[in-house]
Design a protein. Structure first.
Length: 206
């Protein structure tokens, strides 16, 4: 089975890390995995909490994104840093607040990948883990552009805010991760957003 690198970015998420990161760190997945947290230069206790957790979980790795100009697409850059630090053949882009509901999350993902290729979007609906497989990056591009778009209402401090689509995590091959990240934080106006919604609706109908 594949080994996974779970990558997430955080900004002033100290309390969220304390509550939810253990769910990522305590997966019963025998092939092994790593969790990489990229801190976007938090101003709260995030750094201290990550240092404590690294002592408890040897498969937790942390790095950080310095504070550049606020117009830099920060999430894409932060995740790129995480991909460069990863060691495994499969990448999972995750969110600390969309945490696994049980210790079999990674095993369930791996089981769904056995007879599938390409990229997967996953989410929890009413406590049930649901995954959808796409043949390639082009097929999933509308979903990711819509889900990870740069919001018109701008910034919270120096951190861009996004409106996530209907998925909690993305699974992609490591050698395709950088190409996938090109779909993150794109400026999406009203008409383009409408087009994305219509194409996604059409695909979901058939």
């Amino acid at each position: 089975m594949n080994r996974f690198s779970v990558i997430m970015t955080v900004y002033d998420n100290g309390s969220d890390l304390e509550q939810h990161l253990p769910a990522f760190m305590t997966q019963t997945y025998e092939p092994g995995y790593e969790v990489i947290v990229v801190d976007e230069s938090s101003t709260d206790e995030t750094d201290d909490i990550l240092k404590l957790m690294k002592r408890q979980y040897p498969h937790l790795y942390t790095t950080f994104l310095p504070k550049p100009d606020i117009h830099v697409v920060r999430k894409r850059l932060a995740l790129t840093i995480g991909v460069k630090a990863s060691k495994n053949e499969m990448i999972i882009f995750a969110d600390v607040n969309a945490f696994p509901q049980d210790e079999n999350w990674l095993q369930t993902i791996a089981d769904n990948m056995e007879n599938a290729s390409g990229i997967m979007l996953g989410r929890y609906k009413k406590g049930e883990l649901r995954m959808r497989v796409f043949e390639d990056l082009e097929a999933v591009s509308d979903y990711v552009v819509k889900g990870e778009r740069q919001r018109a209402d701008g910034h919270k401090g120096t951190r861009l805010r996004k409106l996530r689509g209907k998925y909690d995590f993305i699974v992609v091959k490591a050698d395709e991760a950088h190409e996938l990240l090109k779909y993150f934080e794109q400026p999406v106006g009203f008409w383009r957003l409408l087009g994305l919604r219509m194409r996604i609706l059409f695909r979901n109908l058939f």
